[in-house]
Design a protein around this ligand. Structure first.
Ligand code: HEC
Ligand code: HEC
Length: 328
Protein backbone atom coordinates (compact mmCIF):
# COMPACT_ATOMS: atom_id res chain seq x y z
CA UNK A 1 0.00 0.00 0.00
CA UNK A 2 1.32 3.38 -0.89
CA UNK A 3 1.63 5.84 1.97
CA UNK A 4 0.39 9.33 1.51
CA UNK A 5 2.87 12.17 1.12
CA UNK A 6 1.64 13.95 4.29
CA UNK A 7 1.99 10.86 6.47
CA UNK A 8 5.60 10.36 5.27
CA UNK A 9 6.41 13.98 5.95
CA UNK A 10 4.88 13.63 9.40
CA UNK A 11 7.09 10.60 10.22
CA UNK A 12 10.25 12.41 9.12
CA UNK A 13 9.35 15.40 11.24
CA UNK A 14 8.61 13.20 14.25
CA UNK A 15 11.97 11.38 13.89
CA UNK A 16 13.66 14.79 13.66
CA UNK A 17 12.06 15.98 16.88
CA UNK A 18 12.95 12.80 18.77
CA UNK A 19 16.55 12.77 17.54
CA UNK A 20 17.04 16.43 18.32
CA UNK A 21 16.66 15.53 22.00
CA UNK A 22 19.89 13.47 21.82
CA UNK A 23 22.75 15.88 22.26
CA UNK A 24 25.75 14.53 20.41
CA UNK A 25 28.48 16.62 22.03
CA UNK A 26 28.85 17.75 25.62
CA UNK A 27 28.70 21.48 26.23
CA UNK A 28 30.04 23.61 29.03
CA UNK A 29 27.26 26.15 28.62
CA UNK A 30 24.51 26.02 31.20
CA UNK A 31 21.19 24.93 29.72
CA UNK A 32 18.62 27.65 29.26
CA UNK A 33 16.53 27.73 32.41
CA UNK A 34 13.26 29.34 31.36
CA UNK A 35 11.37 29.00 34.59
CA UNK A 36 13.76 30.02 37.40
CA UNK A 37 11.42 29.26 40.28
CA UNK A 38 13.66 29.45 43.36
CA UNK A 39 16.39 27.26 41.93
CA UNK A 40 19.03 29.95 42.27
CA UNK A 41 19.65 31.89 45.43
CA UNK A 42 22.13 34.64 46.12
CA UNK A 43 22.76 33.39 49.68
CA UNK A 44 26.34 32.32 50.42
CA UNK A 45 26.97 28.60 50.62
CA UNK A 46 29.05 26.96 53.35
CA UNK A 47 32.80 27.61 52.85
CA UNK A 48 32.12 30.12 50.04
CA UNK A 49 34.19 33.32 49.87
CA UNK A 50 32.64 36.71 50.51
CA UNK A 51 34.81 39.65 49.42
CA UNK A 52 32.72 42.03 51.49
CA UNK A 53 34.63 41.01 54.63
CA UNK A 54 38.34 41.60 55.19
CA UNK A 55 39.01 37.95 55.92
CA UNK A 56 36.79 36.94 52.91
CA UNK A 57 35.04 34.30 54.95
CA UNK A 58 31.43 33.72 53.92
CA UNK A 59 30.75 31.86 57.17
CA UNK A 60 30.96 34.47 59.89
CA UNK A 61 32.34 33.62 63.33
CA UNK A 62 30.13 34.25 66.35
CA UNK A 63 30.37 37.84 67.56
CA UNK A 64 31.73 37.86 71.07
CA UNK A 65 29.16 38.52 73.76
CA UNK A 66 26.19 37.54 71.59
CA UNK A 67 23.95 34.50 71.81
CA UNK A 68 22.15 32.97 68.88
CA UNK A 69 18.39 32.94 69.13
CA UNK A 70 17.22 29.89 71.09
CA UNK A 71 20.68 29.17 72.51
CA UNK A 72 20.48 31.13 75.74
CA UNK A 73 21.32 28.99 78.78
CA UNK A 74 19.37 30.72 81.52
CA UNK A 75 18.39 27.56 83.40
CA UNK A 76 21.38 25.19 83.43
CA UNK A 77 19.59 22.70 85.67
CA UNK A 78 16.92 22.19 83.04
CA UNK A 79 18.96 22.79 79.91
CA UNK A 80 22.22 21.03 80.80
CA UNK A 81 21.29 18.77 83.70
CA UNK A 82 23.93 20.60 85.75
CA UNK A 83 23.66 23.15 88.55
CA UNK A 84 25.35 26.55 88.57
CA UNK A 85 28.57 24.97 89.83
CA UNK A 86 28.57 22.46 86.96
CA UNK A 87 27.62 19.49 89.12
CA UNK A 88 25.19 16.92 87.68
CA UNK A 89 21.69 17.31 89.09
CA UNK A 90 20.45 14.35 91.11
CA UNK A 91 16.79 14.36 90.11
CA UNK A 92 14.64 15.42 87.17
CA UNK A 93 13.91 19.15 87.58
CA UNK A 94 10.35 18.80 86.32
CA UNK A 95 7.11 17.46 87.69
CA UNK A 96 7.01 13.70 86.99
CA UNK A 97 3.54 12.22 86.60
CA UNK A 98 2.08 9.33 84.67
CA UNK A 99 1.51 11.33 81.46
CA UNK A 100 5.14 12.51 81.58
CA UNK A 101 6.41 8.93 81.92
CA UNK A 102 4.13 7.80 79.09
CA UNK A 103 5.59 10.52 76.86
CA UNK A 104 9.06 9.33 77.81
CA UNK A 105 8.07 5.79 76.89
CA UNK A 106 7.01 6.91 73.41
CA UNK A 107 10.28 8.75 72.82
CA UNK A 108 12.37 5.98 74.37
CA UNK A 109 10.85 3.37 72.09
CA UNK A 110 11.57 5.55 69.05
CA UNK A 111 15.07 6.80 69.85
CA UNK A 112 16.67 4.42 72.32
CA UNK A 113 15.05 0.98 72.14
CA UNK A 114 16.63 -0.02 68.79
CA UNK A 115 19.99 -0.23 70.59
CA UNK A 116 19.19 -0.32 74.31
CA UNK A 117 16.27 -2.77 73.99
CA UNK A 118 12.66 -2.41 75.10
CA UNK A 119 13.65 -3.38 78.65
CA UNK A 120 16.82 -1.29 78.72
CA UNK A 121 18.93 -4.41 79.06
CA UNK A 122 21.13 -3.56 76.08
CA UNK A 123 19.58 -6.24 73.89
CA UNK A 124 18.22 -3.95 71.18
CA UNK A 125 17.62 -5.40 67.76
CA UNK A 126 20.69 -3.67 66.32
CA UNK A 127 22.87 -5.68 68.69
CA UNK A 128 21.87 -8.85 66.81
CA UNK A 129 23.42 -7.24 63.71
CA UNK A 130 26.80 -6.93 65.44
CA UNK A 131 26.70 -3.54 67.21
CA UNK A 132 28.81 -3.50 70.37
CA UNK A 133 26.06 -3.89 72.99
CA UNK A 134 25.28 -0.78 75.01
CA UNK A 135 25.49 -1.22 78.79
CA UNK A 136 22.42 -2.48 80.60
CA UNK A 137 20.50 0.18 82.54
CA UNK A 138 20.13 -2.45 85.26
CA UNK A 139 23.77 -2.25 86.29
CA UNK A 140 24.27 -0.79 89.74
CA UNK A 141 26.41 1.97 88.26
CA UNK A 142 23.62 3.29 86.04
CA UNK A 143 20.98 2.61 88.67
CA UNK A 144 22.77 4.91 91.11
CA UNK A 145 24.00 7.56 88.71
CA UNK A 146 22.49 11.08 88.80
CA UNK A 147 19.56 11.87 86.48
CA UNK A 148 21.76 14.65 85.12
CA UNK A 149 24.20 12.05 83.76
CA UNK A 150 21.45 10.53 81.59
CA UNK A 151 20.54 14.01 80.39
CA UNK A 152 24.14 14.70 79.49
CA UNK A 153 24.46 11.36 77.64
CA UNK A 154 21.25 11.92 75.65
CA UNK A 155 22.25 15.48 74.77
CA UNK A 156 25.96 15.06 74.02
CA UNK A 157 26.45 11.31 73.62
CA UNK A 158 29.19 9.35 75.34
CA UNK A 159 32.19 7.53 73.88
CA UNK A 160 30.76 5.48 70.97
CA UNK A 161 27.17 6.70 71.37
CA UNK A 162 26.06 9.76 69.41
CA UNK A 163 24.22 12.63 71.07
CA UNK A 164 20.51 12.97 70.42
CA UNK A 165 20.17 16.74 70.89
CA UNK A 166 19.26 17.28 67.24
CA UNK A 167 16.77 14.42 67.04
CA UNK A 168 15.15 15.24 70.39
CA UNK A 169 15.21 19.05 70.39
CA UNK A 170 12.58 19.41 73.11
CA UNK A 171 14.40 19.41 76.46
CA UNK A 172 11.28 18.16 78.24
CA UNK A 173 11.23 15.07 76.02
CA UNK A 174 14.78 14.24 77.09
CA UNK A 175 13.84 14.48 80.75
CA UNK A 176 10.70 12.41 80.08
CA UNK A 177 12.88 9.64 78.61
CA UNK A 178 14.88 9.61 81.84
CA UNK A 179 11.68 9.27 83.88
CA UNK A 180 10.80 6.24 81.77
CA UNK A 181 14.29 4.73 82.13
CA UNK A 182 13.91 5.04 85.92
CA UNK A 183 10.59 3.19 85.63
CA UNK A 184 12.31 0.48 83.56
CA UNK A 185 15.03 0.18 86.19
CA UNK A 186 12.46 -0.23 88.90
CA UNK A 187 10.59 -2.83 86.87
CA UNK A 188 13.69 -5.03 86.78
CA UNK A 189 14.76 -4.53 90.37
CA UNK A 190 11.67 -4.67 92.56
CA UNK A 191 11.71 -6.43 95.88
CA UNK A 192 8.79 -8.32 97.33
CA UNK A 193 8.20 -5.31 99.57
CA UNK A 194 7.77 -3.00 96.56
CA UNK A 195 5.09 -5.33 95.29
CA UNK A 196 3.08 -5.38 98.52
CA UNK A 197 -0.40 -4.15 97.75
CA UNK A 198 -0.38 -5.58 94.23
CA UNK A 199 -2.17 -8.83 93.55
CA UNK A 200 -1.45 -10.98 90.55
CA UNK A 201 -4.13 -13.05 88.84
CA UNK A 202 -3.74 -16.83 88.76
CA UNK A 203 -3.11 -16.57 85.03
CA UNK A 204 -0.18 -14.18 85.59
CA UNK A 205 1.23 -16.36 88.35
CA UNK A 206 1.04 -19.42 86.07
CA UNK A 207 2.79 -17.52 83.31
CA UNK A 208 5.66 -16.58 85.59
CA UNK A 209 5.89 -20.11 86.88
CA UNK A 210 6.11 -21.66 83.42
CA UNK A 211 8.71 -19.06 82.35
CA UNK A 212 10.75 -19.95 85.44
CA UNK A 213 10.46 -23.67 84.69
CA UNK A 214 11.55 -23.12 81.06
CA UNK A 215 14.57 -21.12 82.25
CA UNK A 216 15.51 -23.86 84.71
CA UNK A 217 15.25 -26.55 82.00
CA UNK A 218 17.40 -24.43 79.68
CA UNK A 219 20.02 -24.06 82.43
CA UNK A 220 20.14 -27.82 82.93
CA UNK A 221 20.49 -28.41 79.18
CA UNK A 222 23.37 -25.91 79.08
CA UNK A 223 25.08 -27.55 82.05
CA UNK A 224 24.85 -30.97 80.35
CA UNK A 225 26.27 -29.50 77.15
CA UNK A 226 29.14 -27.90 79.06
CA UNK A 227 29.98 -31.17 80.82
CA UNK A 228 30.17 -32.92 77.45
CA UNK A 229 32.56 -30.41 75.86
CA UNK A 230 36.31 -30.93 75.83
CA UNK A 231 38.57 -28.03 76.73
CA UNK A 232 39.77 -27.81 73.10
CA UNK A 233 36.19 -27.43 71.95
CA UNK A 234 35.60 -24.71 74.52
CA UNK A 235 38.69 -22.77 73.42
CA UNK A 236 37.61 -23.04 69.78
CA UNK A 237 34.14 -21.80 70.64
CA UNK A 238 35.59 -18.96 72.75
CA UNK A 239 37.82 -17.90 69.89
CA UNK A 240 34.80 -17.54 67.60
CA UNK A 241 32.78 -15.72 70.26
CA UNK A 242 35.64 -13.26 70.71
CA UNK A 243 34.72 -11.77 67.33
CA UNK A 244 31.02 -12.62 66.96
CA UNK A 245 30.22 -11.07 70.36
CA UNK A 246 32.31 -7.95 69.52
CA UNK A 247 34.93 -8.41 72.28
CA UNK A 248 37.53 -7.68 69.58
CA UNK A 249 36.18 -4.14 69.21
CA UNK A 250 37.70 -3.25 72.58
CA UNK A 251 40.24 -5.97 73.46
CA UNK A 252 43.35 -6.85 71.46
CA UNK A 253 45.33 -10.08 71.43
CA UNK A 254 48.68 -8.51 70.59
CA UNK A 255 49.38 -6.38 73.65
CA UNK A 256 48.00 -3.09 72.31
CA UNK A 257 45.46 -1.35 74.52
CA UNK A 258 42.20 -0.37 72.83
CA UNK A 259 39.07 0.77 74.69
CA UNK A 260 39.79 -2.06 77.12
CA UNK A 261 42.95 -3.85 78.26
CA UNK A 262 44.62 -6.40 76.00
CA UNK A 263 44.04 -10.10 76.66
CA UNK A 264 47.66 -10.91 75.87
CA UNK A 265 49.18 -12.63 78.89
CA UNK A 266 46.40 -11.35 81.17
CA UNK A 267 45.84 -14.71 82.86
CA UNK A 268 47.67 -15.14 86.16
CA UNK A 269 48.90 -11.57 86.01
CA UNK A 270 48.17 -8.98 88.65
CA UNK A 271 45.63 -6.30 87.79
CA UNK A 272 45.03 -3.02 89.61
CA UNK A 273 41.65 -1.33 89.94
CA UNK A 274 40.56 2.30 90.09
CA UNK A 275 39.95 2.01 93.84
CA UNK A 276 43.60 1.03 94.37
CA UNK A 277 42.96 -2.65 95.16
CA UNK A 278 44.66 -5.47 93.25
CA UNK A 279 43.89 -9.03 92.30
CA UNK A 280 45.43 -11.93 90.43
CA UNK A 281 43.58 -12.74 87.21
CA UNK A 282 42.00 -16.18 87.64
CA UNK A 283 38.91 -17.93 86.28
CA UNK A 284 36.60 -16.36 88.82
CA UNK A 285 37.84 -12.84 88.09
CA UNK A 286 37.53 -13.32 84.31
CA UNK A 287 33.98 -14.65 84.74
CA UNK A 288 33.03 -11.71 86.95
CA UNK A 289 34.56 -9.26 84.47
CA UNK A 290 32.23 -10.57 81.78
CA UNK A 291 29.06 -10.92 83.84
CA UNK A 292 29.37 -7.89 86.09
CA UNK A 293 31.99 -5.58 84.58
CA UNK A 294 31.13 -2.58 86.73
CA UNK A 295 32.02 -4.51 89.93
CA UNK A 296 35.71 -3.63 89.49
CA UNK A 297 37.12 -1.17 86.98
CA UNK A 298 40.66 -1.74 85.74
CA UNK A 299 42.89 1.25 86.52
CA UNK A 300 43.35 3.55 83.55
CA UNK A 301 40.10 2.53 81.81
CA UNK A 302 36.61 3.96 81.56
CA UNK A 303 33.67 1.85 82.81
CA UNK A 304 32.86 1.19 79.15
CA UNK A 305 32.57 -2.58 79.16
CA UNK A 306 28.99 -3.64 78.37
CA UNK A 307 27.36 -6.15 80.65
CA UNK A 308 27.17 -9.48 78.87
CA UNK A 309 25.16 -11.17 81.59
CA UNK A 310 22.02 -11.39 79.47
CA UNK A 311 23.82 -11.77 76.17
CA UNK A 312 25.84 -14.93 76.77
CA UNK A 313 24.89 -18.41 77.98
CA UNK A 314 26.83 -20.11 80.78
CA UNK A 315 28.60 -22.27 78.19
CA UNK A 316 29.61 -19.23 76.18
CA UNK A 317 31.02 -17.44 79.23
CA UNK A 318 33.06 -20.52 80.12
CA UNK A 319 34.28 -20.81 76.51
CA UNK A 320 35.42 -17.17 76.51
CA UNK A 321 37.24 -17.60 79.81
CA UNK A 322 39.02 -20.73 78.52
CA UNK A 323 39.97 -18.86 75.36
CA UNK A 324 41.29 -15.76 77.17
CA UNK A 325 43.48 -18.06 79.28
CA UNK A 326 45.21 -19.29 76.12
CA UNK A 327 46.09 -15.78 74.78
CA UNK A 328 49.81 -15.55 75.52
C1 HEC B 1 22.72 3.53 67.80
C2 HEC B 1 22.61 2.85 69.06
C3 HEC B 1 22.20 3.66 70.27
C4 HEC B 1 21.08 4.44 70.45
C5 HEC B 1 19.98 4.70 69.44
C6 HEC B 1 21.15 4.95 71.79
N1 HEC B 1 22.27 4.49 72.42
FE1 HEC B 1 22.81 4.88 74.36
N2 HEC B 1 24.48 3.78 74.08
C7 HEC B 1 24.85 3.13 72.92
C8 HEC B 1 26.16 2.55 73.08
C9 HEC B 1 26.92 1.73 72.04
C10 HEC B 1 26.58 2.86 74.39
C11 HEC B 1 27.93 2.53 75.03
C12 HEC B 1 28.88 3.65 74.67
C13 HEC B 1 30.29 3.36 75.10
O1 HEC B 1 30.51 3.02 76.27
O2 HEC B 1 31.17 3.49 74.24
C14 HEC B 1 25.50 3.63 74.99
C15 HEC B 1 25.52 4.12 76.30
C16 HEC B 1 24.47 4.74 76.92
C17 HEC B 1 24.42 5.07 78.33
C18 HEC B 1 25.47 4.71 79.37
C19 HEC B 1 26.42 5.82 79.62
C20 HEC B 1 27.48 5.43 80.64
O3 HEC B 1 27.61 6.12 81.65
O4 HEC B 1 28.20 4.44 80.42
C21 HEC B 1 23.23 5.69 78.54
C22 HEC B 1 22.71 6.24 79.86
C23 HEC B 1 22.53 5.76 77.27
N3 HEC B 1 23.32 5.16 76.31
C24 HEC B 1 21.29 6.32 77.08
C25 HEC B 1 20.64 6.37 75.84
C26 HEC B 1 19.35 6.98 75.64
C27 HEC B 1 18.51 7.61 76.73
C28 HEC B 1 19.05 6.84 74.32
C29 HEC B 1 17.84 7.35 73.58
C30 HEC B 1 17.66 8.78 73.60
C31 HEC B 1 20.15 6.14 73.68
N4 HEC B 1 21.09 5.88 74.64
C32 HEC B 1 20.19 5.80 72.35
C33 HEC B 1 24.11 3.03 71.77
C34 HEC B 1 22.93 3.70 71.52
C1 HEC C 1 32.85 -1.45 74.38
C2 HEC C 1 34.12 -2.00 74.71
C3 HEC C 1 34.20 -3.40 75.29
C4 HEC C 1 33.69 -4.57 74.77
C5 HEC C 1 32.83 -4.75 73.54
C6 HEC C 1 34.13 -5.62 75.63
N1 HEC C 1 34.88 -5.11 76.64
FE1 HEC C 1 35.80 -6.14 78.15
N2 HEC C 1 36.48 -4.40 78.97
C7 HEC C 1 36.29 -3.15 78.43
C8 HEC C 1 36.92 -2.16 79.29
C9 HEC C 1 36.92 -0.65 79.06
C10 HEC C 1 37.49 -2.86 80.36
C11 HEC C 1 38.27 -2.27 81.53
C12 HEC C 1 37.36 -1.57 82.49
C13 HEC C 1 36.66 -2.53 83.39
O1 HEC C 1 37.32 -3.16 84.20
O2 HEC C 1 35.42 -2.63 83.29
C14 HEC C 1 37.20 -4.29 80.12
C15 HEC C 1 37.63 -5.33 80.95
C16 HEC C 1 37.47 -6.66 80.64
C17 HEC C 1 38.07 -7.75 81.40
C18 HEC C 1 39.01 -7.58 82.56
C19 HEC C 1 40.38 -7.51 81.93
C20 HEC C 1 41.51 -7.16 82.84
O3 HEC C 1 42.62 -6.92 82.29
O4 HEC C 1 41.35 -7.12 84.06
C21 HEC C 1 37.68 -8.92 80.79
C22 HEC C 1 38.05 -10.32 81.18
C23 HEC C 1 36.84 -8.58 79.67
N3 HEC C 1 36.73 -7.18 79.59
C24 HEC C 1 36.26 -9.48 78.82
C25 HEC C 1 35.48 -9.14 77.71
C26 HEC C 1 34.83 -10.12 76.85
C27 HEC C 1 34.92 -11.62 76.99
C28 HEC C 1 34.14 -9.41 75.91
C29 HEC C 1 33.24 -9.95 74.79
C30 HEC C 1 32.18 -10.84 75.19
C31 HEC C 1 34.37 -7.99 76.17
N4 HEC C 1 35.19 -7.88 77.27
C32 HEC C 1 33.84 -6.97 75.43
C33 HEC C 1 35.63 -2.85 77.27
C34 HEC C 1 34.95 -3.76 76.47
Amino acid sequence: MKQSYTSQLFKILLAGIILSACRGTPTTKAPIHLNQNMDFSYAYKAQEQNPYFADARGMRPKIEGTIARGHLIDNPTLQLGKDEAGKLVKTIPLNVDKAFIEKGKDKYNIFCAPCHGGLGDGKGMIVSFGLVPPPSYHDDRLRNVEDGHFFDVITNGIRSMYGYEAQIPDIKDRWAIIAYIRALQQSQNSTEKDLAGYTLSQEELDRYKSAEQAAQAEKERAAAKLAAMSSDELVKMGKELFTTKTCNACHSLDGSNLVGPTFKGVYNHSVEFTDGSKTKVDDAYLTESILNPSAKIVKGYAPAMPNFRDLLTDVEVKALVEYIKTVK
